[in-house]
Design a protein around this ligand. Sequence first.
Ligand SMILES: [Zn+2]
Length: 364
Amino acid sequence: MAHNSTNNVQIFNKPRVELHLHLDGAIKPETILYFGKKRGIKLPADSVEGLMSYVGYDEPRNLTQFLEIFSYYMPAIAGDRDAVRRIAYELVEMKAKEGVIYFEARYSPHLFANSNVNPIPWNQKPGDLTPDEVVHLVNQGFQEGEKYFKIKARSILCCMRHMPEWSTEIVSLCKKYRNEGVVGMDLAGDESLNCKLNSGHCIAYEEAFKSGIHRTVHAGEVGPSTVVKEAVDVLKAERIGHGYHTIDDFCLYKRLLKLNIHFEICPWSSYLTGACDPDLMKHPAIRFREDKANYSLNTDDPLIFKSTLDKDYRIASKYMGFTEDDFMEANINGARSCFLPDKEKEELLLTLYETYGMVQSTVC
Ligand SMILES: [Zn+2]
């Protein structure tokens, strides 16, 4: 879509923060092929181009088609310790190349497991990789990546809307690994499944709130503003994944602006999932920017959307009128609303202020 001469020039060549990114939607196709072959697991194709013709998006598709994509490649990764550790490590490498200095990647540990999970996902045979160990392996992969690539990586554990039975374990794992890289909890999946009928999520989010576990929720992406309302009022979400449809309810939108709720905006993703008007010049991000809302720019699922963070920044620049100042603002918003402990958050903010030329470096 962006076909002018600025295509390959990095827009906003300064440190970035990314808060909304799925580990299972950010795997290198080469790694999927490698583990498919190694483990004798059949994939729809045996070359990167072939695999991407199944996995990658070129034009908007619906949610059912989107969810089907994971079933093409997750069997090659799920249930394998080396694969889980390696995709976490490689994500740090990928993000370091994109100029990201801090990111939070989210995933459902249950969807990588083949033991202590019911039902066992992706038609795997029962094995011995539990959701608990998956979290441990991702933490390890991130820590190895951090050492090598000198950036910071943390994770958010996802509850899945269609599996409220898994949510209690999610909050337990958030607590267990809160000092080893897990910084928060998310709720992902089909937004039409509300929480009143799936009380497992409400119980888990209540426990997270009581225990000081940070909370974000996918809401108002494809679903209506009522899902956002439920996320904030019932689940006590501090951040909203996407949240585009919040603006359909002016009272709610005004209230969330006042509450300084953070919106994790994913421009290219929202185009391909049909979450917003296909005319990017009418994207809600423009309204968020004009109203000085608290939002950040993110990739969501770069494997499936065949993108890097540069693509989202280019779209914001080309179709939404974002300037250097707007990008700085979005990244500072991201740092302020990230789930790091206060002291680490201050350090991150200071790095941004210094590299953005907003404060003098402190020279002793
Ligand atoms: Zn997402």
